[in-house]
Design a binder for this molecule. Structure first.
Ligand code: ZN
Length: 305
């Protein structure tokens, strides 16, 4: 096995990506989840998104959630925005780490925002300027990086071309989203290699979904490639928007459980995190798909009923 990193940085995305793909819950419940996560030792949290309430009712109270949330020293909070209006709201709320999404697949991008990928990239160039002039950092998330539910395979060369463009336009980091869980270790290897060939220096974050059960295999492959930044969602919160009932995001406690056993530090207290996953189930009134939530850490010899 190749040399493994000593530590990885996990960004907890349950409060945003997770909740955005679940039935809406009250503002107070969102604040409880966010605050509980802030106490687990996790160092990065995607807290909210500033989107139009008609487009995504789950995030209609983003300003209020963020106002009420306890901001813990040492935790970096970020927000996702769809456009300039959202970016202005995020900046006004005090965020200095802001994410914007574009889809590598033209069809997927058109279905989401009614623009081609190239048109969205033009908008993003302006958005990056706006964020930088306000002193914020801009991350570009490339959705459908490992495959598209409409187009099928997505050429890693096309994704690398998008990265080249956004790096030229000033992106501080790029993230690759496996939006519908089409990623496999082979695809992870091909994508990371293609991107590194074109842009070896840009910080890279990977966002895996476990829709088809490959998220941990993809994580392991990425570690072997030297990637050290990952998104994950407590409890596996956030189903797949294209497949009702299917798993979505990689569960944070599944990732942390595996990483710690491999001697890789995350800063996260696994028992505390499992407690938050239990809280998330309570707040949503449903069972979440995480195996580590069901079975507990390895040292717990009896599973939950
Ligand atoms: Zn996701």
């Amino acid at each position: 096995m190749s040399q493994m990193p000593a530590a990885v940085s996990i960004r907890e995305v349950g409060p945003r990506d997770g909740l955005q793909n679940e039935e809406p819950i009250p503002t107070g419940a969102k604040v409880r989840l966010l605050d509980a996560l802030s106490g687990t030792g996790v160092r990065r949290i995607e807290a909210v998104s500033f989107v139009h309430p008609r487009a995504i009712p789950q995030m209609a109270d983003a300003d209020e959630v963020w106002r009420q949330a306890g901001k813990v020293d040492g935790v970096r909070y970020s927000a996702l925005v769809p456009n300039t209006r959202g970016a202005e709201r995020a900046l006004a709320a005090g965020f200095t780490e802001i994410e914007v999404v574009v889809s590598a697949s033209d069809t997927h991008n058109r279905r989401n925002v009614n623009r081609s990928t190239d048109e969205s990239l033009d908008d993003i160039a302006e958005l990056i300027d706006l964020l930088h002039s306000a002193g914020a950092r801009a991350e570009v998330i490339v959705a459908t990086s490992f495959g598209c539910p409409y187009e099928g395979d997505v050429d890693p060369g096309r994704v690398a071309g998008i990265v080249e463009r956004v790096v030229r336009d000033g992106a501080d980091r790029v993230a690759f989203g496996d939006t519908t869980g089409m990623g496999t270790p082979r695809r992870v290897r091909e994508l990371v290699t293609a991107v590194r060939d074109r842009e070896p220096d840009v910080p890279v974050l990977l966002h895996f979904h476990n829709t088809r059960g490959t998220a941990l295999a993809n994580l392991l492959t990425a570690l072997e490639l030297g990637i050290t930044e990952f998104d994950a969602s407590v409890g596996g919160l956030g189903g797949c928007p294209y497949a009702p009932g299917a798993s979505g995001n990689l569960a944070t406690e599944e990732a942390v459980h595996m990483l710690h056993d491999m001697g890789i530090d995350t800063g996260i207290d696994l028992d505390a995190l499992i407690g938050v996953a239990e809280l998330a189930e309570e707040l949503l009134g449903k069972r979440l798909p995480s195996g580590v939530l069901r079975a507990g850490p390895r040292t717990r010899l009896t599973a939950r009923p």
